[in-house]
Design a protein around this ligand. Structure first.
Ligand code: CP
Length: 319
């Protein structure tokens, strides 16, 4: 380890986990530990631009069974910025097609001395299954509609950067809550850190059952808008839907898209967020997505910092 990396110091003793599988099981101090570590990495790497080789000699592997732009690229870049080797697993050209099981595939990758597997899979619980069968670290990069913990963390990091604290803020998650792993991870993290969370969307995509998560359920964006400090606009996940949840995209946009007219009725310092990919004109209009209140690309940069922090924390266990 070089002098700059040595100066960064050891991983915080509070962090004891070898895996990051969800935010549901993380305590408030653990959430703050990741967020503070991510902020330190961001500062020490000149805004996630330069290298800080604290993972030299380590290897990470991305196993993505679903498409991704942000998560996959930023896990790769985060590992490289920290001096780790990283390898991409291409499911479509792998020996899974010859009958090898998913767990055998993961065990074979681990046998090549991989320290951390980053897994995205359409089936909820897949990262948990891997963590029970492997010795290396497992990081959930999105499992079906269950959780997307690093997305939740980068969203919360972005709010913290702009507002200092989550305590007392009203954060609305708007859109396709039913199919959103991002919503679940945000809810666990935001609530544990003191925010009031509203889930808002058409009744076909936002069940009253969400109240059992301790969040407010709303069906009118216009009614809740004046109270919101942050809006996180979730994509309508047509690919996960088996029935049509609203008559037309035009009607959805009329009721739930954040546009110039709604911005005029929102708090002047409202933060406009979206986990991406965004569908311009559906959940957000281009002028709002690219406008002064939008922090959508800050979220992407913070994704690098959060993934650096997570890779370092989980692979530092046992050293
Ligand atoms: N937000 C998010 O997970 O984006 P990708 O699907 O592009 O990784």
């Amino acid at each position: 380890m070089n002098a700059v990396a040595a100066d960064f110091g050891p991983a915080p003793s509070l962090w004891k986990r070898r895996h990051l599988l969800d935010l549901e099981s993380l305590s408030a101090p653990e959430l703050l530990c990741v967020l503070d570590t991510a902020a330190r990495f961001k500062q020490a790497t000149n805004g996630c631009r330069s290298k800080l080789p604290v993972l030299t000699g380590k290897t990470t592997c991305n196993l993505f069974f679903e498409n991704s732009t942000r998560t996959r690229t930023s896990f790769s870049l985060a590992a490289r910025r920290l001096g780790a080797d990283t390898v991409e697993f291409a499911a479509s050209s792998s020996s899974l097609s010859k009958g090898e099981t998913f767990i055998d595939t993961a065990k074979n990758i681990q046998a090549m001395n991989v320290d951390a597997l980053v897994i995205r899979h359409v089936s909820p619980g897949t990262p948990h299954i891997l963590s029970n069968n492997l010795q290396c670290s497992v990081i959930n990069a999105g499992d079906g509609a269950h959780e997307h913990p690093t997305q939740g963390l980068l969203d919360i990091m972005t709010i913290r950067e702009h507002r200092g604290s989550l305590e007392g803020l009203t954060v609305a998650l708007v859109g396709d809550i039913a199919h959103s792993r991002t919503a679940r991870s945000n809810i666990w993290g935001l609530k544990r850190l003191g925010a009031h969370v509203i889930v808002c969307g058409p009744a076909t995509l936002v069940s009253r059952a969400w109240e059992s998560f301790g969040v407010e359920v709303a069906y009118s964006l216009d009614e809740i808008l004046p109270r919101c400090d942050v809006l996180n606009l979730l994509r309508v996940q047509f690919e996960r839907q088996t029935t049509r949840p609203f008559p037309s995209v035009r009607e959805y946009a009329l009721l739930y898209a954040m546009n110039r007219e709604r911005m005029a009725r929102a708090k002047p310092n409202i933060l406009i967020m979206a986990p991406g990919p965004i569908n311009r004109g559906v959940e957000i209009t281009p002028d709002v997505a690219d406008g002064p209140q939008s922090v959508i690309l800050d979220q992407v940069t913070n994704g690098l910092a959060v993934r650096m922090a997570v890779l370092w924390l989980v692979t530092s266990q046992g050293e």
